[in-house]
Design a binder for this molecule. Structure first.
Ligand code: SF4
Length: 398
């Protein structure tokens, strides 16, 4: 059999829902024709969502950044400041609760509590903040943090990750956002985040969380110089854990942004590489329900295309974002535009919950929500010229 015939047969098997090996996934990633790869991934998506395959989902959420102080100094990060730097800031609880109130007012359903590894913030800090948020806004889902934060807060408080997870879950954390995965294979991870826990440890902690009943999403940072084999190895590491726990709800790859960080943009993932990864992820991760296209880092047009390469979700209207936008992500959108992008890609938009239930199917443009305040505000605090009010008041109290 020729090499091409082999590739075609692997692609056919994957499109029909058969499991493929990591080696086969790498072959597809390297050599399968782009459109054929997209068609196969789309076939898998359609079968998985038969009956609702015409729908693509989105969520309305807000990232709440509580501090930029961080001891971990990742080389791709443009958000953090060393703890003793005069650039360090922290948000007090009142400020955080005001941001939550605005999220609720604007129809948001989820907050992502996101910040640096502050040298003093242990489990107690998160318990206090999550319980205050839940007390004031029980309807808000706290989908936040990841294994890196758990590892850090456990160390600060001198407890096990199990205890840290149980305590913050009891305080109000609903699910982990899966931050800090970056790249899980050892060489690629050490090259960009040498002070972070290993990829194996990241997965070990997520596995503990899943076993304790706290589900998560999983992420991947593309474009910092990792090899194709390392990209596929990242997927393999996630799939192996998922075979045991089933706790990853979604896989969300996004691309490295080149500004204001140590890596200086010397390497970047191309948009073709991103689309190929979305497609191979849909084919290879046969045990992960959702694949998210990330218009925020790759742009709206590539986000639309991702819906034809296996993605069933187009991310969010992020009412506030300061992390990837500090590194140069400038693709800003609003609810009206996001609905349009999904429709123009041939899908019916549906607002979803954190657990991917459809909250509102936007099947008639005449009934679209018309609140022009539901806009993504980027780099609103971390850089001069951010798009929100410097005090981040999204809603004019006057
Ligand atoms: S990515 Fe997170 S852990 Fe790494 S330096 Fe930035 S804030 Fe710190």
């Amino acid at each position: 059999m020729t090499e091409n015939a082999d590739l075609t047969s692997v692609l056919d098997r994957a499109a029909q829902g058969g499991r493929i090996t990591a080696e086969e996934a790498l072959e597809l990633y390297r050599h399968a024709p782009l459109h054929a790869l997209g068609r196969a991934a789309d076939a898998v998506r359609r079968r998985r969502y038969a009956g609702t395959e015409h729908i693509a989902t989105y969520i309305i959420e807000r990232n709440i950044n509580y501090t930029n102080a961080c001891v971990t100094a990742c080389k791709f990060c443009a958000f953090y400041a060393p703890p003793k730097s005069d650039k360090v800031w922290t948000r007090d609880l009142d400020d955080i609760l005001r941001r939550c109130a605005e999220t609720v007012e604007l129809g948001g359903t989820q907050v992502m509590f996101q910040g640096g590894h502050h040298p003093d913030y242990g489990v107690e800090y998160y318990e206090e903040h999550f319980s205050a948020i839940k007390k004031a806004f029980p309807q808000l889902v706290i989908h936040s943090l990841g294994a890196s934060e758990v590892e850090h807060m456990s160390r600060i408080s001198g407890v096990t990750p199990e205890e840290a997870i149980e305590r913050i879950h009891a305080a109000g954390l609903d699910s982990f956002a899966g931050a800090g995965a970056e790249l899980l294979p050892e060489r690629a991870r050490n090259a960009i985040a040498p002070l972070k826990e290993s990829g194996e440890r990241w997965l070990e902690i997520m596995e503990i969380a899943h076993r304790l009943g706290v589900e998560s999403t999983s992420t991947m940072l593309m474009g910092t110089g990792e090899t194709n084999a390392e990209r596929i190895e990242h997927l393999r590491m996630i799939r192996d854990v998922q075979d045991r726990t089933g706790g990853f709800r979604a896989f969300i790859p996004y691309t490295y942004q080149p500004q204001n960080n140590v890596l200086k943009g010397r390497t970047q993932a191309t948009l073709f590489e991103y689309l190929r990864l979305i497609a191979v992820a849909r084919l290879f991760l046969d045990n992960v329900a959702h694949i998210q296209g990330s218009w925020l880092t790759v742009g709206k047009d590539v986000g639309q295309l991702s819906l034809h390469y296996g993605a069933d979700d187009l991310g969010s209207v992020m009412l506030e974002e300061n992390v990837v936008s500090s590194a140069g992500a400038k693709h800003r959108s609003n609810l009206t535009e996001l609905l349009h992008l999904i429709r123009a890609a041939g899908r019916v938009p549906a607002q979803r919950s954190t657990t991917y239930e459809h909250l509102l199917v936007n099947d008639d443009p005449a009934n679209d929500p018309a609140d022009d305040r539901v806009v993504s505000h980027l780099s609103s605090t971390a850089l001069a010229g951010g798009t929100a009010h410097p005090e981040l008041k999204l809603i004019d109290a006057g």
